[in-house]
Design a protein. Structure first.
Length: 80
């Protein structure tokens, strides 16, 4: 499932990565992006090591995490 804007780069698929929110259907979770951002102060180095990520992915991961912490996004999905 792809979310609607402003989180249209975030996907949630029950059979992928344990159903955790991922970036553009890749096997990179939002949580992992946050860990990457915390580890790489230099964006050029980050994109060198993670060439599939784009700046917009990073921005949406941060906004998604903020919305989740704030409680303004509901992450509970009904099991099919």
């Amino acid at each position: 499932m792809s979310l609607k804007p402003p989180f249209d780069r975030i996907t949630i698929e029950p059979g992928k990565m344990g159903g955790h929110p991922c970036i553009r259907g890749m096997r990179i979770t939002v949580r992992r992006v946050l860990e990457i951002l915390a580890t790489y102060p230099d964006r050029l180095e980050l994109f060198k090591d993670y060439p599939d990520l784009q700046e917009e992915d990073l921005q949406q991961a941060l906004a998604f995490a903020a919305a989740a912490v704030d409680g303004t996004i509901d992450l509970h999905l009904d099991a099919a």
